[in-house]
Design a protein around this ligand. Structure first.
Ligand code: ATP
Ligand code: MG
Length: 382
């Protein structure tokens, strides 16, 4: 009798999801002994590391899951920590058989990689990318976001990933795997999460600081555990510098989304960034025009940066074989701006804002394509 009840408790607890690894505890081998005595469930769990930031949440969820089983009146959760061998087995399982240092986003990956670029700086690329990622996650896609703007990172702030000191949280490490923090359903990694804080020792941070940009971007792609993703977005630094070249080498099959303002001068450089990406084999798949004309409450139209830049870039990047569409024209928007400042993306906080709607329309267009298959040659066997 009690044995059957213990099995039911075990099943319930095995279904609890680890908030960082996003997999059920049962699958992660984090469950230990489960017993029931006089209606009291005793549940043992093994956390991955000492001081696991998600410990409280996991313990609470385990307690709730066990308590939900009928016949259980009280729950006693015993929290332990995995042994180094158990942890090694887990990291190997999470790597899914891939060797260490192997990049999971190669040409055969089912994850669609989209690098978001611009020619000029300050055109709103990071703001648009952050909102786009959140909008895609809200549509049910599994989305990762790499802040590849190593010098001018801004993604953590845009997604509210800051602690009480205003600093991005340090990601949890599971041996040599780095677990990306999750914001609004998006798994996020940024160099900002690895910078040293005052008074903190250098352990763990060193490897990310000194080395060249290429190695940093490469580490983001290899050592960060994103799990299965439908889409990986990269917020690129402006222009066609070193990081763009590195990403072109590391992800030659990536799709490229070009952000521009409506201004002719911005459009010209945006075209150049799209063409450079194409030279490395990447494919421009669309243009987003940002900071387009906004209509004020009294009906006046404010077109600070003119009009036409988005269309111009889309036309210039289109070839006889491929049409590069203008996916959205995002108007100037105080709500988009303040949502970025507050770390609350406008696509969720004010979905009716015209900028939010435009970005969501772009997300809808990007979400349509089945992952992995588009653009790949079909290998038919006869
Ligand atoms: N549509 C918009 N309406 C109003 N403000 C905007 C809009 N888009 C972006 N901004 C604001 O413009 C500024 C620059 O945006 P953002 O940092 O996203 O640009 P960026 O292209 O990523 O810049 P960088 O080149 O520095 O990476 C931010 O203050 C942002 O809030
Ligand atoms: Mg930026």
């Amino acid at each position: 009798m009690t044995g059957a009840l213990a099995d039911r408790v075990r099943d319930a607890v095995a279904g609890v999801t680890d908030p960082e690894l996003r997999r059920p505890l049962g699958e992660l081998d984090m469950l230990r002994d489960v017993a029931v005595r006089d209606g009291v469930a005793e549940v043992g769990i093994a956390l991955t590391i000492v001081g696991c930031p998600a410990a409280d949440r996991i313990e609470r969820d385990v307690r709730d899951a066990a308590a939900s089983v009928s016949g259980i009146h009280a729950v006693d959760v015993r929290v332990g920590v995995m042994s180094p061998d158990e942890r090694k087995a887990l990291t190997e399982k999470l790597r899914g058989g891939r060797a260490k240092r192997e990049m999971p986003f190669g040409p055969d990956s089912l994850t669609r990689v989209i690098a978001v670029t611009s020619g000029k700086g300050g055109v709103g690329k990071s703001t648009v990318t952050a909102n786009l990622a959140v909008a895609l996650a809200a549509r049910g896609l599994r989305v990762g976001l790499v802040d590849a703007d190593v010098h001018g990172f801004s993604i953590p702030g845009l997604l509210g990933l800051v602690d009480a000191d205003g600093l991005p949280p340090a990601p949890t490490r599971l041996d040599d795997l780095i677990l990306p923090p999750v914001a609004y359903g998006v798994k996020v990694i940024s160099i900002g999460m690895f910078l040293r804080r005052p008074g903190e020792d250098a352990a763990g941070a060193v490897a990310w600081r000194g080395p060249m940009l290429h190695r940093t971007v490469q580490q983001f792609l290899t050592d960060v555990f994103f799990g299965d993703l439908d889409l990986l977005l990269l917020d690129m630094p402006p222009g066609t510098g070193d990081v763009a070249i590195s990403v072109g080498q590391l992800l030659p099959h990536a799709d490229v989304l070009v952000v521009t303002t409506p201004q002719a001068a911005a459009a010209e450089v945006a075209v150049r960034s799209g063409l450079v990406a194409r030279q490395t084999g990447q494919r421009p798949i669309g243009v987003i025009e940002n900071m387009a004309a906004m209509t004020l409450a009294d009906g006046t139209v404010l077109d600070l940066f003119g009009a036409g830049g988005g269309d111009e870039v889309a036309r210039a990047l289109s070839t006889d074989e491929t049409t590069v569409p203008l996916l959205a024209s995002v108007p100037l928007s105080p709500a988009l701006r303040s949502g970025g400042d507050d770390g609350r993306p406008v696509v969720l906080s004010q979905p009716d804002d015209p900028a939010a709607r435009a970005i969501d329309a772009a997300a809808a267009a990007l979400a349509i394509r089945p992952r992995g298959l588009a653009g790949k040659p079909l290998r038919l066997s006869v």
